[in-house]
Design a protein around this ligand. Sequence first.
Ligand code: TYM
Length: 332
Amino acid sequence: RNRLLSGIQPTADSFHLGNYLGAVRHWVSMQDDHDAFYCVVDLHAITVATDPTVLRDRTRRAAAQLLAVGLNPARCTLFVQSHVPEHTQLAWVLNCLTGFGEASRMTQFKDKSARHGADRASVGLFTYPVLQAADILLYRADAVPVGEDQRQHLELTRDLAQRFNREYGPAFTVPAPHIVGDTARILDLQDPTSKMSKSTSSPAGVVDLLEDVAKAAKKFRSAVTDTGREIAFDPAGKPGVSNLLTIYSALSGRPVAELVAAYEGRGYGDLKKDLGEVFAEVARPVQERFRGYLDDPAALDAVLAAGAAKARAVAAPTLADAYDRMGFLPST
Ligand code: TYM
């Protein structure tokens, strides 16, 4: 079976629709026919300042959401990054294979450091993509299900795998991005030229998976749409309506063309109102299951401990192989 690895940062109280539709729902559908490793990347979360209580809470919330949307710990490995020390160990090795200029070209770093100010941006933020490469390469993953914004980080991961393999021998699998076209870039509801983002979108532009469904319906109703009145799928010319159609289609399972036909002759208002209902139908059961998982932190922590043990059993031998190839003396 093909091996998968992917990760999500515990940097918000809830996943938003971009996270869910662009990545996490694929994690669920792929867990059955892949050997899947899914990771809450808490080490990545501390690249920007974090309050300890908030980090602890959000890490559990992220794990509870992943279970609530349908990850099954009997069929995949769900774990927390900091529980598997090999991630930081391999990251150091890869840091030493990454060019300073190469890391400087990462657009997410450039955007984030511009936002935080050059002096406040941490060195951790700079090497963030190298830690991400370590996450992936430790498991010798064949594929990495992510949204479009991760493409450049995956290119770096592939380069680092090839570089290590060329210099020191074939320790790593060169992973392929798994980026599913239609929902790989869900847009901000208020600014449908930018992606929906936990750090840069306004609250009205983002719908959270755990959001009160009445509030979400209101956000859909006040989403920025395009001039004209016709409901058509035209991402370049009508990005607002097209984004709503993409979200509607992904949440309902109905193809975009079918929706366009169904709304022929009707206005944006109908589409927006119905989208609120479609969202509520998906979100309500997720929110209910989420509560259940969050209310039993001991059980949740036990799931994560079992996941970490399974992850380490794969990560440790990969790291040992890479260390040996680098020329580190065995410690026993
Ligand atoms: P993060 O936590 O920002 O986002 C989690 C996933 O959600 C996707 N995503 C989107 N997809 C479509 N439309 C959007 N508007 C949207 N916003 C976010 C992201 O592409 C991602 O797949 N660097 C990663 C975390 C990471 C990781 C890894 C991923 C760390 N190690 C190893 C894969 C493999 C990140 O910041 O994700």
